[in-house]
Design a protein around this ligand. Structure first.
Ligand SMILES: *Cc1c(COP(=O)(O)O)cnc(C)c1O
Length: 457
């Protein structure tokens, strides 16, 4: 079936507060036209992120009741470790409270100032952690991955020529590791093919450079491989995962995505010496090696979530729900990034609002409109997030893409919620010429999009 029914029944519900357009107009103005400043209770459908927003299963909640909160050697840690080893295949498993700590620990141990770290596209926290250690992040995704209209089954692939050139240019001495982000979050949640993973692995192995996955959405990536790549149709998701990780030396993971939990993460690594060095830092920063910043009950929820996420019915529903939203919008002529990825639909705000120039933040203007008209919270990924002054000329540099991301939390919203979202966006699209641009009245020196205040022009 193209769009399967939800493969679960709902046992616990959380009411959604209804708000009127008038209330929302007042709230968004008070929030300085920034949806980060709106209390979540005043949101009807929250598509701000898919991170840490999953609904846990009855099985995960039951697991939390048998959390063993011993400081050392909790039985839940052993379950966590055994589960991760069986899915990912790495020799050492190190728990962390979320993904960015895993990144920080890994780069603390592996990077020295002046080093270069290639990735398909670094996620924000990965990039920031590389830079924090004095390293330089390189984004080597295939050119097609940067074109919002280009339809390609594996738009997250790394460009092997670009990788070879980087190794030639910087030398293996300055490349302590290469990363692959599956799926490629910053590139629209697009998958990486097994063929590409194999080629990247072969290329780096030749030079003795380790390969690590940023594995946050590994199960969604495996699903795309099974669906789209020759030779995988009859394989189980866990077979695909085992093969995928067999080409790597380790991974960082935010369990807030494909771990189906609200908090958690880990590092997997084969090399015992690296694991030892990371563990020593872990004790300083996160906690004892058998809990690493998490409670026993959290470790249990991750262990159970990681098994559930491999279920093919779940993944089929998950990826189909995202595509369903994309299809409804495309049918109505709303411009989106194609194809839809694993976890989100991206509206192309430049095309949606051609009458608003980039210096008036069309992405943010659309985000404001989604909230005011329909109570939907999305996130701008455009000028407000990325435009910056050139250090030399003082001229503003605007990003190529002006997007609004609608990230779908896992197992949280029904198809009828998605219908509501699509219907509201189509209505907004019909009267898009009424949407006005914005002007900044307050901004922080870094990461301004979180706290900026704006006004309508
Ligand atoms: C969310 C995310 C991270 C960081 O994980 P946190 O749990 O938010 O710290 C790293 N990489 C990617 C691709 C992500 O999506």
């Amino acid at each position: 079936m193209q769009f399967p029914a939800e493969p679960f029944k709902i046992k616990v519900v959380e009411p959604i507060n209804r708000t009127t357009r008038e209330e929302r107009a007042k709230l968004i103005e008070e929030a300085g036209f920034n949806v980060f400043a709106i209390p979540a209770e005043k949101i009807m459908i929250d598509l701000l992120t898919d991170s840490g927003t999953s609904a846990m299963s009855d099985n995960q909640w039951a697991g939390m009741m048998i959390g063993d909160e011993s400081y050392a050697g909790s039985r839940n840690y052993f379950h966590f470790e055994k589960t991760i080893k069986s899915i990912f295949g790495f020799k050492n498993v190190i728990p962390t409270h979320q993904g960015r700590v895993a990144e920080n620990l890994l780069f603390s141990v592996m990077l020295k100032p002046g080093d270069v770290v290639p990735n398909n596209i670094h996620f924000d926290t990965t990039r920031a952690n590389v830079e924090h250690k004095g390293g330089q992040p390189l984004d080597l995704v295939i050119d097609e991955g940067l074109d919002p209209t280009y339809d390609h089954p594996f738009k997250g692939n790394m460009d092997i020529e670009k990788l070879k050139n980087a190794i030639r240019k910087y030398g293996k001495e300055r490349i302590p590791l290469v990363m692959l982000t599956v799926t490629n979050n910053s590139g629209g949640g697009q998958p990486v093919s097994m063929e590409n993973i194999r080629q990247v692995s072969r290329t780096v192995k030749k030079h003795g450079i380790p390969l690590f996955f940023d594995a946050c959405r590994f199960a969604e990536n495996c699903y795309f491989i099974k669906q789209r790549e020759q030779g995988y149709r009859d394989k189980s998701i866990s077979d695909v995962a085992l093969e995928m990780f067999s080409y790597a030396d380790g991974c960082t993971m935010s369990a807030k995505k494909d771990g189906l939990v609200n908090m958690g993460g880990f590092l997997g690594v084969n090399d015992d010496r690296i694991a030892q060095n990371i563990t020593n830092l872990l004790i300083l920063m996160e906690g004892f090696p058998t809990y690493g910043g998490l409670s026993g009950r959290d470790l249990e929820a991750v262990a159970r979530g990681l098994k559930e996420v491999l279920n093919i019915d779940y993944l089929h529903y998950r990826v189909s729900q995202v595509r369903y939203l994309g299809d409804l919008l495309t049918k109505a002529g709303v411009p989106i990034v194609k194809p839809t990825g694993g976890h989100a639909v991206y509206l192309n705000a430049k095309e949606f609002l051609p009458h608003i120039p980039q210096e008036q933040f069309p992405g943010q203007a659309l985000t404001v409109s989604l909230y005011r008209e329909a109570g939907i919270r999305a996130v701008e990924i455009g000028s407000l997030m990325f435009a910056h002054k050139d250090a030399e000329t003082g001229k503003m540099i605007y990003p190529e893409l002006e997007l609004v991301r609608l990230a779908i939390p896992r197992r949280v919203y029904t198809m009828q919620h998605i219908n509501y979202v699509a219907g509201a966006i189509v209505e907004i699209f019909k009267s898009r010429d009424k949407i006005r641009g914005l002007q900044i009245i307050y901004e922080a020196p870094v990461l301004r999009h979180f706290t900026a205040k704006l006004k309508e022009i």
